[in-house]
Design a protein around this ligand. Structure first.
Ligand SMILES: Nc1ncnc2c1ncn2[C@@H]1O[C@H](COP(=O)(O)OP(=O)(O)OP(=O)(O)O)[C@@H](O)[C@H]1O
Ligand SMILES: [Mg+2]
Length: 254
């Protein structure tokens, strides 16, 4: 463990997320066993091996999964409780666009993201077209999702999150399908966004400069501190494991 950030009161800090003594079981796997974390910083990176629990943590934070015990508070409210403001509090960019996208066209998908703002269908459509036009993407409005490449679908997921503009953005491996220009542009948009952002990635350079990075290891916090230090510690550990030809979950490398 490198550094653990002190717990602060979520009620007095408007961007706080509190995970309190949470146990989460998915299927037959205990993903988190009494996990406690306070997430206050404007930018937080989340790293760790496949299966470490990064996506599960995000699912907890946006209420998609309910912990068996413990509590998750986002901006002061318990995510287990029905809350009409939830959609405006926290939004997630899914690791797999197919898990996020519901509608057949880009326009419908983005317009649906505005539902929490209680706009009329027409107003949502107008807002969607303005939003796409401002990005030089008006020609995407009528495109069917099925006609887009994987990276373009990931881009639509990001746009759906941006147009909804919740206070907290959970980005689950947002760079994985993007080309180089897409990665640069998304990095710039992340840097400029006003929201709190928690970003999971296997591409460590995207979080190395963050003030805080958390390394999850089998559902536990292995290190928590400056991005440079935590990424370096993880890389050293990976180098040792791959030298020993094991991935770390008991299976020798081929
Ligand atoms: N739908 C599911 N049902 C049961 N167990 C699951 C499910 N999804 C994930 N798990 C298990 O939960 C644990 C954490 O998985 P999770 O998807 O959160 O990892 P991750 O860190 O996001 O991994 P990756 O880097 O591969 O995306 C793993 O042991 C995984 O096998
Ligand atoms: Mg994942």
């Amino acid at each position: 463990m490198i550094v653990t950030n002190p717990i602060t009161n979520p009620v007095t800090n408007p961007i706080a997320i509190s995970i309190r003594d949470v146990t989460l079981v998915r299927g037959t796997t205990t993903v988190f066993d009494h996990l406690t974390l306070q997430l206050d910083e404007a930018r937080i990176g989340l790293i760790g091996d496949n299966g470490a629990g990064k996506s599960s943590l995000f699912r907890l934070l946006c209420g998609l999964d309910t912990p068996q015990s413990g509590a998750v508070l986002v901006r002061g409210y318990d995510v287990r409780q029905a809350n009409p403001q939830r959609a405006q509090s926290v939004g997630m960019l899914f690791q797999n666009p197919e898990d996020q996208i519901i509608f057949p066209t880009v326009e419908e998908e983005l317009a649906f993201s505005l539902h929490a703002m209680h706009l009329s269908r027409r107003a949502a459509r107008v807002r969607t077209h303005e939003f796409l036009a401002a990005r030089g993407l008006e020609h995407w409005a009528g495109r069917t999702i099925g006609s887009l490449s994987q990276g373009q679908r990931q881009h639509v997921c990001w746009l759906a999150l941006l147009i909804a503009s919740p206070h907290v953005l959970l980005l689950d491996e947002p760079f994985s399908s993007l080309d180089l220009p897409g990665r640069v542009l998304l990095s710039q948009e992340i840097a400029n966004a006003a929201q709190q952002i928690i970003l999971s990635t296997h591409l460590l350079d995207h979080v190395r400069d963050f003030a805080r990075v958390i390394w999850l290891d089998k559902g536990q916090v292995r290190a928590d501190g400056l991005g440079r230090e935590v990424c370096a510690a993880y890389e050293t550990d990976v180098a040792q494991r791959t030298t020993n030809r094991t991935l770390g979950y008991g299976k020798p490398l081929l």
